[in-house]
Design a protein around this ligand. Structure first.
Ligand code: FE2
Length: 281
C-alpha cells in the first residue's frame, strides 16, 4: 500500500490525536455529496418519524429508529426542530441534524467518495491492518438551530478489542468558529477512554464509566476547516463542536473505520444486518 501521509503528518497525528489536511477532497465531489444528501431529505417524510437526536439528553437511548440504523440510511431531526405544537419551525431541509449510518454502503455516491484509495492508504499509514468502514454520517449543522455536540471520544460509541476506531471527517462547506466547527484537545488521546456506550439487552443502551476523571478543557483549539478539508481523528481524541447560531450551514461528512483484525462486540450499539457485513475499501 502506497504511503499517503508524510512522516511529519504521521508524527502530528501521533502527537495531537488529530490531523488536518486541507484541500483533500475535490470541490465537485463535495458538491456531489451535498446534492445527494438533499435528494435523500427530499424523499424523507418528516411525519413518518419524529426522532430528535440529542447527544446532550441521550434521548436516543431507547429510540429504535436510531438503534436499528446501523445498516440503513435514516434522517434524524435537530433537537430544536419542532415548536411547542409539534410543528416544524423551518423547512424540513433546514431541520435535519444528520443522516446515518450506512450511507457508504447503501448509496453509490457516498460509496465512491468513502472508498477513495487514498483513504485506504491513510488508514494503513496510521497502523490499521484491515481497515473496515463501520459507520458514515452526513452532518448538517443547520443555520441558527444546529445543535452543539458535547465533548466525547468516538471509541465510546465504536468499541473494539483492542481499540482501533479512526474518524475521517470531511468539511463539505467551510467550517468556522461562527458556524460550529470542531474543537480538539491536542495530546489528550493518550489519556485513556472515559466511557463506553453498550446495548443493555433490553432494547436500549447504557453508558459505562471506564474512568471517572473529567476530560480537561485547557488547551482546546478550534479546528477551522475550509471546504474540502479532511480531519483525521484518533478514536480516543476528545472533541466537540459548538452550536451554529449563524446564518450559514456547515455541512460535513464523517466515516468511521475500525480494524477488522480487532474484535467487534455484539453489545456495541451499532450492529449491521446479516445481509450487509462490514467491508473495507
Ligand atoms: Fe465524534
Amino acid at each position: 500500500m502506497a504511503r499517503v501521509l508524510s512522516e511529519a503528518q504521521r508524527e502530528t497525528f501521533a502527537r495531537d490525536g488529530f490531523l488536518t489536511i486541507e484541500g483533500f477532497a475535490d470541490p465537485a465531489d463535495c458538491r456531489a455529496l451535498i446534492d445527494r444528501a438533499r435528494g435523500i431529505v427530499d424523499a424523507f417524510d418528516p411525519d413518518a418519524v419524529r426522532s430528535v437526536f440529542s447527544t446532550k439528553r441521550q434521548q436516543h437511548t431507547t429510540d429504535d429508529w436510531f438503534l436499528s440504523s446501523g445498516g440503513e440510511i435514516r434522517c434524524f431531526f435537530e433537537e430544536e426542530a419542532f415548536d411547542d405544537t409539534g410543528a416544524l419551525r423551518q423547512d424540513k431541509h433546514l431541520s435535519i441534524n444528520k443522516i446515518g449510518h450506512a450511507l457508504h454502503d447503501r448509496d453509490p455516491v457516498f460509496d465512491r467518495f468513502s472508498r477513495d484509495r487514498r483513504l485506504a492508504g491513510i488508514c494503513a499509514d496510521v497502523g490499521m491492518a484491515d481497515p473496515r468502514l463501520i459507520q458514515s454520517m452526513y452532518i448538517f449543522k443547520q443555520p441558527r438551530i444546529g445543535g452543539e455536540v458535547v465533548c466525547h471520544q468516538d471509541s465510546t460509541f465504536l468499541w473494539t478489542e483492542p481499540k482501533s476506531c479512526v474518524g475521517l471527517w470531511f468539511a463539505l462547506e467551510d467550517a468556522t468558529v461562527e458556524n460550529g466547527c470542531m474543537w480538539g484537545l491536542p495530546g489528550r488521546h493518550r489519556e485513556g477512554l472515559r466511557k463506553r456506550m453498550a446495548r443493555d439487552g433490553q432494547g436500549g443502551v447504557r453508558m459505562e464509566t471506564l474512568d471517572p476523571a473529567p476530560i480537561p478543557t485547557e488547551g482546546e483549539v478550534p479546528l477551522e476547516a475550509p471546504a474540502g478539508t479532511l480531519i483525521l481523528l484518533h478514536g480516543e481524541a476528545p472533541h466537540r463542536s459548538g452550536a451554529n447560531r449563524s446564518d450559514r450551514s456547515r455541512h460535513a461528512y464523517a466515516v468511521h473505520v475500525i480494524d477488522g483484525a480487532c474484535a467487534y462486540p455484539a453489545d456495541n450499539w451499532l450492529q449491521r444486518p446479516a445481509d450487509l457485513p462490514v467491508r473495507g475499501f
